[in-house]
Unconditional design. Structure first.
Lengths: 542, 97
């Protein structure tokens, strides 16, 4: 080969590689410059992913830092309709076992995610796994576990997405649930769940705990005794509140409802926190506050003789009946005998001032506990009264209240006449609590306590002074006062040198026959007595 | 030092730094994976802890405890059997045996 031939061939090879180089250059230009956005997006989609991380929900504790709710996980099953491997097997199974899911899948076969079943038990998951369907996938979802049934109406619950929908879970949804954080992850195809960069997009907030004022032990005690009483008397429902009258902290708030399977309302009632959602006319238990008002105004003294006119008497056109026969009695005995005629006369002396006192004691307005579903009750203004109103109001009709309002009013009596605000939680710190203001003079408080102690002496507790007032009232049924439905209430105070508690109990009985006519002293007062006896025992041990 | 030697040395140094950089990058990813592995272990331990807490809560359930106590022959305490010594007790003149 001559030098000329060699140079010619070399030039051809050089040209070939030059053309190849330009081809590569053009291709590179096309990839890197012209189609840059397209390939950039494709690459990002392949190894970049955005992950939303839900923080663990905050726990709820009682006052002794015992967790009353726990975080757990439940299994859920899902499919990815646009990536089915054995579509026919899955479809035939879904059509048979989950027709609604099958319908949804058929409507949108290109969807990327579809729930089959959520919150499935471990046994059911084993059964599903045993079917051997490759397209049926599982994941764990966070859920709440509530170990104490007696706390249910207060704690409430979360929905299937772990969002609070009732009770404290709803009240503190923002605090307990926190805020989810968003991360951008970069990972390769072979690293499994691992990633090589993690970039924070949105900062999350961890769920924070809530500490309640409730005491698990007292709550269980109140619930257990209440359940026994409800069963014993075949009652429809009952409720109990235990309160510290100096701090306003609610130590127990139990409610029991006999489930009515015939209606869907029965289900709702069983999870209702009755002491704050149900309003009643409590009857004679309200006489304590009529008496307190009269004592404060100086319109009566404990030893003043009051004519109770036997069994029935027409007072200013209203026929008033005493529950028990009563003649001329000192006021303290009028209260013990719960003589309506005696109290009606005292109410007439008070007139519209009775409204001022009942409003001062917190009736007719919410207590400020901020619990979902709290009701204010009803306290008519004097401008709305008829001439009989003060008389019937004096013995607890034409005024409706929640059990919490009743406990609140008794707490004012117990703490020496100072205003308080009922509290249900210690953490987060309640909004600014108002400084206690003296609402009643010590003299009036001493006098009402003497009356209540006179009544409460029937329920002695060794080492403690027991004060209380019973109330038996007719429930309103179909727009009338029923002769068969009654509510039995007891408002009681337990006191020693440095120990003060308020316990309010109520039992609602329906469809009672006249033969079985009972009084609060037989129904709600023994319940109070049992709870009080056991409560002092528990609290002395701590 | 000739220009050729200088360029060779520079090239060697660049190559060396390049390898160090690659090594560091790999170590970083390795450490990141290790961190994620520990994070996962931590999550598993938290889940295990939650499970144990639930198991404990079930065991401490007052209803369960009460039933077990009854099986063991315990009977509920009658509070009236007890007398507490307080000022009020003294005022009430309760005799304490």
């Amino acid at each position: 080969m001559t030098q000329k031939d060699f140079n010619g061939r070399l030039s051809i090879i050089f040209l070939f590689f030059l053309v190849l180089f330009f081809c590569v250059l053009i291709r590179l230009y096309l990839l890197q410059v012209l189609d840059q956005q397209f390939y950039l997006q494709l690459g990002t989609e392949q190894y970049g992913t955005e992950v939303i991380m839900q923080p663990a929900r905050g726990l709820i504790y009682d006052r002794k830092k015992i967790a009353v709710v726990h975080n757990t996980e439940v299994n859920s099953a899902f499919v990815v309709p646009n990536q089915l491997q054995e579509a026919d097997a899955l479809k035939s199974w879904l059509a048979c076992s989950y027709p609604s899911v099958f319908e949804r899948m058929m409507e949108n076969q290109k969807s990327k995610f579809l729930w089959v079943d959520r919150s499935v038990s471990d046994e059911s998951i084993d059964t599903l796994a045993g079917l051997g369907l490759a397209d049926l996938l599982y994941l764990k979802e966070p859920q709440r576990y509530y170990p104490l049934a007696c706390m249910a109406p207060i704690i409430g619950f979360t929905n299937i997405d772990n969002v609070g929908i009732a009770g404290v879970e709803l009240l503190f949804q923002g605090r307990l649930g926190g805020k989810s954080a968003t991360f951008k992850l970069n990972r390769d195809a072979h690293s499994g769940g691992f990633y090589f960069t993690k970039e924070l997009v949105h900062k999350g907030i961890a769920g924070k705990p809530v500490v309640l004022t409730l005491d698990t032990q007292l709550q269980f005690l109140a619930h257990e005794e209440l359940e026994k009483t409800v069963q014993e008397f075949g009652a429809k429902k009952g409720a109990v509140i235990i309160l510290d009258p100096y701090t306003g902290e609610i130590l127990a708030m139990a409610s029991v409802e006999t489930p009515d399977s015939s209606t869907s309302e029965g289900m709702v009632d069983s999870i209702k926190n009755q002491p704050i959602t149900d309003c009643y006319e409590f009857g004679s238990v309200m006489k304590a506050f009529t008496a307190l008002a009269a004592l404060e105004e100086g319109l009566v003294t404990n030893d003043e003789l009051i004519d109770c006119h036997g069994d029935t008497y027409v007072l200013q056109g209203l026929r008033v009946t005493n529950p028990f026969h009563a003649e001329v009695l000192p006021f303290i005995e009028v209260m013990k005998k719960s003589a309506n005629i005696g109290l009606a006369q005292i109410a007439l002396r008070l007139g519209p001032k009775l409204y001022d006192h009942l409003a001062k004691l917190g009736f007719g307005k919410v207590t400020g506990i901020a619990f979902p579903g709290e009701r204010a009750g009803y306290l008519g203004k004097p401008t709305q009264w008829c001439r009989f109103t003060p008389m019937v109001m004096s013995f607890g009709y034409e005024i409706s209240a929640t059990l919490l309002q009743l406990a609140h009013a008794f707490a004012i009596v117990s703490n020496g006449g100072f205003s308080i605000e009922p509290q249900l939680y210690l953490v987060p710190k309640p909004k600014r609590i108002k400084q206690p203001v003296r609402l009643y003079k010590p003299k009036a408080i001493a006098a009402i306590k003497e009356i209540l102690e006179h009544i409460g002496s029937k329920y002695p507790i060794s080492g403690y002074t027991v004060l209380g007032k019973t109330g038996t009232a007719r429930c309103v049924k179909d727009g009338r006062y029923s002769t068969t439905d009654h509510i039995y209430t007891f408002g009681g105070l337990i006191e020693s040198e440095k120990y003060h508690r308020v316990i309010v109990t109520s039992i609602t009985c329906t469809n009672e026959t006249n033969k079985a006519r009972r009084w609060a002293s037989q129904v709600s007062a023994p319940l109070f007595h049992t709870i009080a006896q056991k409560m002092v025992l528990i609290e002395r041990n701590h | 030092m000739t220009g050729k030697q200088f360029i060779s040395g520079l090239f060697g140094l660049v190559l060396c730094f390049l390898f160090i950089k690659i090594y560091q990058h790999n170590r970083l990813i390795q450490a990141e994976y290790e961190f994620q592995r520990i994070e996962r272990q931590c999550d598993q331990l938290i889940k295990l802890c939650n499970k144990e807490q639930i198991r404990l809560a079930k065991l401490k359930d007052p209803t369960v405890l009460k039933k077990r106590a009854e099986v063991l022959g315990f009977i509920p305490l009658d509070p009236q059997q007890l007398v507490f010594i307080t000022h009020t007790t003294a005022d009430q003149g309760v005799a304490i045996a």
